[in-house]
Each structure stands twice: as C-alpha cells, then as structure tokens.
Ligand binder design. Structure first.
Ligand code: SAM
Ligand code: SF4
Ligand code: SF4
Length: 342
C-alpha cells in the first residue's frame, strides 16, 4: 500500500534535478544579474552520484513512486546522463520516465543515446517562435531553430508524446501564444501553456504579470476552436483541450489562478540530495548526508516514509487565500527553480 501524506495524498512522482547549471539565463528563472560569474554553482563532489540517485529512486519506488522526471538546471549539461537513465529504467516499479530540457543541446546523437538508455518522452521548454522574443527570454542569444532541431532529433530517435512547455508572462511573450498554437497544431506535439509562477526569489514575480489560464484559452479558442477533454489520470496538472478540427490537443497549467495542491503527488530531489515536498518550499531534507552516513536500506525507507507522512504543503492554495494585512506568502524565501527544476 502506498504511503499517504498528512492530507491523504500518495507519493507518485519524483522529479530529480541532476545539476544546478544551465546554458540559458531565462529571465524568469536564472536572471543574469544573479546567476553570473559571482554566483557559486555546485562543485562535482557536492552532486549526488548516479549510484546515490539510483538508491533513492529504488527506495521511493517502494513508497509508491512510478514516474521519474529528470530536470535541472539543464539536465543535458550533466555528463553521462544516459547512464543514469539506464540505471533508473532498470528499477522495478518505475514505469514512466521523462526529461525536461531546453533542447538546445539535443543533438541527433545525444537523442539516440538517451532513447537507447530507455528514455521515451521529453518535455521541451520553448517560450516563443520569433527569435527576438525567444532571445529576450533565454538571454544568451540562442535562436528558436536550435530548439526546433532538438525536437526533430528527439522524434527521429523514436521518442513519442513529446510536449512543449511555454511559460507565459505578460509583457514578455504573450503575443507568442497564438503563433505557438498554430505552429504545433496538427504536428502531434502537445503544447502546454504554463502560468508564470512565483518560484524562487529573483524573478520579480508580481500577480500582474500572470496571464490567466482562462485568458490563454480565450485567445487560442477565438482562432482555433477548442473543446475540453478528460484528464489522462487523476491529479494531472494540465487541463486538456483538443482542437475541434482534429488538430491534436493542448494543455494549460493554471498553477496560480486554479491551484491543484489537493492532488499533488510530487516530491523533488535537488542535485545535492535535498528532498523537497513542495515546489515553493523554503527548505528540504538533506538525504545526501543520510546516504553518506552508511544508512541501511530499511532505515532509508523508514526515513522517506516518515517525511512523506508528515507532509502538509499546499502553498498555491494558501497563496490564493491570504488574509489582507498579513506578510504575503510569496515574499518568504523559497528554493530556486534552477535548483529543483520545476
Ligand atoms: N532547463 C530545463 C528546461 O528549461 O526545460 C529544465 C529545468 S526548468 C527550471 C523546468 C521548467 O520550469 C521549464 O519548463 C521552465 O520554463 C519552467 N519555469 C522556470 N521558471 C518558471 C516560472 N517562474 N514560472 C513558471 N515556469 C517556470
Ligand atoms: Fe535554464 Fe530551464 Fe531555467 Fe531556462 S528555465 S534558465 S533553460 S533551467
Ligand atoms: Fe504541490 Fe506545492 Fe505546487 Fe501545491 S504548491 S501543487 S503542494 S508543489
């Protein structure tokens, strides 16, 4: 039987950040002013080794984890990631793996190596189709074509159910919503729109910069008619819509305007082995220290079970219901997105 948290939610997904480094400086995630040469990135010995990650996944699978997502920073900057993927693929109970990437480093050869290691799905982040907007987002001058090439390489390598994630921030890329929808309409790639979130401490988040899911839907629907479809499984974060003309489906993730904490069954592991039970947590639990202390498998499992059982996080719901006159929740220190990977 799977372990339930304090609010009755099972643990089903584990998101694993394999590095805090990235070749992009997306303005809403790793702004250049903060993540520059003065910033101290993690050293190699600080990162969990592949063996350590695998051990934690094995224990989590015993608690009910079925789905693993590799993320970062940019996961493709971690050397030999394919080896880790092959090790995790072999763990009993893990039946779904995916990778979230900016795809700029996804060469044809790398895509094949990942596929050979057992990776069947990727989620690619792309926030616009015109270079001016996309370069204003990634802030390192990478053109759109490099990401589109990465997507093509993934398809050619045999990956399926490819999703493209677009974060929508008012004043930054809202004009790219309809062009993105039209581009991926009929392509077999599922485009998902994500409301700009108040993750981390440096992205200058304000409620005014969030374009709501209902507005995103309205803008697409008036160009390409949409109809609602059922979730694939309970707790799916994206609301699904399909084009009435048979051009495929899209998803909209309303993390801010319609929080879904009630179904949240995700835990997140940072590259140094901190386990976070919420994307907006201020702190995590240091599992690297536990692993390196020579803990037995039974004791490790007991510790993970105790951690999950005590979980009561529901940040997004609380953010939406704050009484006036209190210190707003969003100003509390939070872990950085590039550290735990979204
Ligand atoms: N580098 C990889 C990538 O960009 O796909 C993986 C890590 S990135 C932190 C994971 C996801 O978080 C990306 O899809 C990114 O767009 C999203 N993200 C980052 N900051 C965000 C924010 N403030 N609001 C919403 N999504 C955000
Ligand atoms: Fe890098 Fe992904 Fe963050 Fe962009 S969203 S800076 S690609 S980690
Ligand atoms: Fe899950 Fe925390 Fe997001 Fe709520 S705010 S859905 S608990 S990660």
């Amino acid at each position: 039987m799977s372990t339930l948290d304090a609010l009755g939610r099972p643990l089903h997904d584990l998101r694993i950040s394999v590095t805090d480094r990235c070749n992009f400086r997306c303005v809403y995630c790793m702004p250049k002013e903060v993540f520059n040469s003065q910033h101290r990135f993690l050293g190699r010995s600080e990162l969990l080794s592949f063996e350590e990650i695998t051990r934690l996944v094995r224990a989590s699978a015993q608690l009910g984890v079925r789905k693993i997502r590799f993320t970062g920073g940019e996961p493709l900057v971690r050397r030999d990631l394919e080896q880790l993927i092959a090790m995790v693929a072999a763990i009993e109970g893990i039946d779904d793996m995916s990778l979230t990437t900016n795809a700029s480093l996804l060469s044809a050869e790398r895509a094949r190596q990942l596929r050979d290691a057992g990776l069947e799905r990727i989620n690619v982040s792309l926030d616009a189709l015109d270079d001016a907007t996309f370069m204003a987002v990634n802030d390192v001058g990478v053109p759109v074509v490099e990401v589109l090439r990465g997507i093509d390489n993934a398809i050619a390598a045999g990956m399926r159910n490819i999703k493209v994630n677009m974060v929508v921030k008012k004043g930054l890329n809202e004009h790219a919503i309809v062009p993105m929808a039209k581009h991926f309409h009929g392509s077999g790639v599922i485009l998902r729109f994500i409301e700009f979130m108040d993750v981390g401490n440096h992205n200058q988040w304000q409620h005014d910069s969030v374009l709501s899911a209902s507005e995103i839907h309205r803008r697409i629907h008036r160009e390409l008619a949409l109809e609602n479809i059922d979730p694939n499984y309970p707790g799916e974060v994206a609301k699904r819509w399909r084009y009435c003309d048979g051009g495929g489906e899209i998803g909209i993730i309303a993390s801010v305007t319609q929080p879904f904490c009630g179904d949240c069954h995700r835990a997140r592991l940072s590259a140094v082995g901190q386990l976070y039970t919420c994307l907006f947590a201020s702190g995590g639990t240091d599992l690297r220290q536990v692993l390196r202390s020579g803990v037995s498998d039974e004791a490790l499992l007991a510790q993970l079970r105790a951690l999950w059982s005590a979980r009561s996080d529901r940040y997004s719901e609380q953010r939406g219901r704050q009484p006036s006159g209190t210190q707003p929740l969003q100003f509390r220190p939070k872990v950085e997105m590039s550290y735990i990977g979204g």
